[in-house]
Design a protein around this ligand. Structure first.
Ligand SMILES: [Zn+2]
Length: 552
């Protein structure tokens, strides 16, 4: 069976409403409500007729973007003001990170729960436990974590007491903590968790990482003195079945305190019957459900948080100018290594109160990744911008200047099966298949908002995935997942190969609500179905709630 990226595109101009269901659950509740209203209206017609006239859209583009009027309108007396980078992403006061040490078997129970509640996490993995031929299940598990948008950082080359080694050995072990992950997964870890909290070799940690940390201390120098991330950990033994219920009150205390703070949860997972770490995942889910979805909290990972902290010092703004219908400026991070530091930065821009539907454009793309905060005399638009060494022109339009009516494209679908030794005993290897689904999603005019996939097996089973692009792991438009059988979750043994697959359906939606569904059959036949938002729907979908901060 081949899933060659043969492009056979059929734009189907009608679709049954039921096929919308697959995407509704991925939208935020306000968007969901709006979309359901639209869908209910459309059900009256039974079938939805969609006409895409690209030349019409191009004509609209040209007619809407006009030359600026001369500067000097009295409305703009208080401008221009330089945009600012918010202290934490999305201008949150509180940041929440959870990390799990050692890449344990039972960590696989975390991601379905965290995904359900919009929580991220970091796995601190020793390199040797995931190296080829020592990989057991971990290689596939860690890759799947990365595919899903979670974070993998370093727990040293081996899980050892570093102070017991001589200087040269310390350096080799710490350097391997970085290169081991780079070689296997293709990205550079920037955070180092000392095994057993033994801070031997901290000079080398400073050399190879941005941050070294233990449960009780962290720093770019050692002993730590300058690292600005104030925060609270749960207690010296880390998260455990017996203290899970402390997460909520500790987060609440941080949340209500003045200033910026980080909640830093750390722990281990274990199989039930072992007396430490998290073994009760029902209790874990219950506690996570209490702290999920708070406004003004950035739920992130160590990799993203530390990258954000580094990146914000490198931002340069230039050429800021205001016009009657827009403002413009250049954004760049020329001295930053954007191969390593990829967390989107939140740029806050003050705009006149009179602008009713301000809408951002980054280079050639219109972005839906923004929110608006209202003040007495003005409002601030918070925009997510990926750091790039070359200069990016950002325009904030006074009104939505253009409608994107092209759905994303899905291409380069590949199914790759690797044989990996799953045995704990190297003398009796147990070779099993790991099958990876990868593809590319691109949108020319806006950004990709949602991607998910269903894999239909020949035995009539169906595997559903929410598929993400991890900004730290992926530097391009690749999305993917490891296909695995949930019935053997505790051993993480993917047993699906390309031969088991009948067809795959991939769904992608852009920030304007334009949607593409691509079906790929085992014989290579492909079929596309697209749904294009009308302008009225779009205005509903994009209506941004104006926020004033309500603390819990
Ligand atoms: Zn450890």
């Amino acid at each position: 069976m081949t899933f060659d990226p043969i492009i056979k595109v059929f734009i189907v101009r009608y679709i049954q409403i039921d096929q919308f269901n697959c995407r509704i659950h991925n939208l935020k509740s306000t968007q969901k409500k709006n979309l359901l209203t639209i869908l209910n209206k459309k059900k009256l017609g039974g079938l939805l007729l969609l006409l895409v006239n690209i030349s019409l859209i191009l004509g609209l583009m040209q007619s809407t973007i006009v030359d600026p009027p001369p500067i000097g309108s009295p409305n703009f007396r208080q401008f221009p003001k330089k945009p600012r980078i918010t202290h934490f992403s999305q201008d949150c006061n509180t940041t929440f990170v959870l990390s799990w040490d050692d890449a344990r078997l039972t960590d696989v129970f975390l991601s379905p729960i965290d995904q359900k509640y919009g929580i991220s996490h970091t796995i601190f993995a020793p390199s040797y436990r995931s190296y080829p031929n020592r990989s057991y299940w971990r290689n596939a598990f860690l890759l799947d974590e990365l595919f899903q948008g979670y974070d993998v950082q370093s727990h040293c080359g081996k899980h050892v007491h570093l102070s017991q080694f001589d200087s040269r050995e310390k350096e080799l072990l710490i350097e391997w903590g970085r290169t081991g992950i780079e070689d296997l997964f293709g990205f550079t870890p920037i955070v180092f968790a000392y095994p057993y909290g033994d801070t031997g070799g901290s000079t080398y940690v400073q050399q190879y990482f941005d941050l070294g940390r233990t449960i009780s201390a962290e720093g770019t120098s050692w002993p730590p003195s300058s690292w600005p991330l104030a925060g609270t950990t749960i207690n010296t033994d880390g998260i455990d079945d017996n203290n899970l219920q402390k997460i909520e009150p500790i987060l609440k205390k941080i949340y209500h305190s003045e200033g910026y703070e980080v909640f830093k949860g750390y722990g281990h997972t274990n199989p039930s019957g072992i007396s430490y770490g998290v073994t009760d995942f029902v209790k874990y889910e219950n506690e996570i459900s209490k702290i999920a979805g708070w406004p003004d909290v950035w739920y992130t990972s160590w990799g993203e948080l530390v990258a954000y902290e580094i990146e914000k010092h490198y931002v340069e703004f230039s050429s800021i100018s205001y016009f009657d219908n827009r403002l413009e400026f250049e954004f760049s991070t020329p001295k930053l290594d954007t191969e390593i530091y990829k967390t989107p930065l939140t740029v806050a821009i003050l705009i006149p109160k009179s602008w009713d539907n301000p809408f951002p454009q980054i280079m050639e793309k219109f972005s839906s990744q923004y929110s608006i905060r209202e003040y007495q005399d003005s409002q601030e638009l918070l925009l997510e911008v990926h750091p790039k060494s070359s200069s990016q022109k950002i325009t904030i339009w006074r009104d939505i200047p253009i409608i994107d009516q092209l759905p994303p494209t899905i291409s380069d679908i590949t199914i790759e099966t690797r044989v990996i030794n799953q045995s704990w005993n190297l003398n009796s290897p147990q070779l099993l298949h790991h099958t990876f689904l990868r593809f590319t999603v691109e949108d020319t005019l806006s950004n990709v908002f949602m991607v998910n996939a269903s894999v239909y097996l020949k035995n009539r089973e169906k595997l559903d995935f929410s598929v993400m692009k991890n900004p730290i792991f992926w530097g391009n438009n690749s999305y993917g997942r490891v296909l695995w059988d949930a019935s053997v979750i505790n051993r993480y043994v993917p047993q699906i190969t390309a031969n088991d697959i009948d067809h795959i359906i991939i769904h992608a939606e852009d920030g304007f609500g334009n949607y593409l569904q691509k079906t790929v059959y085992s014989n290579g036949y492909e079929k596309d179905v697209s749904i294009i938002s009308s302008q009225d729907e779009l205005l509903h979908l994009l209506a941004k709630p104006k926020s004033s901060i309500n603390r819990l």
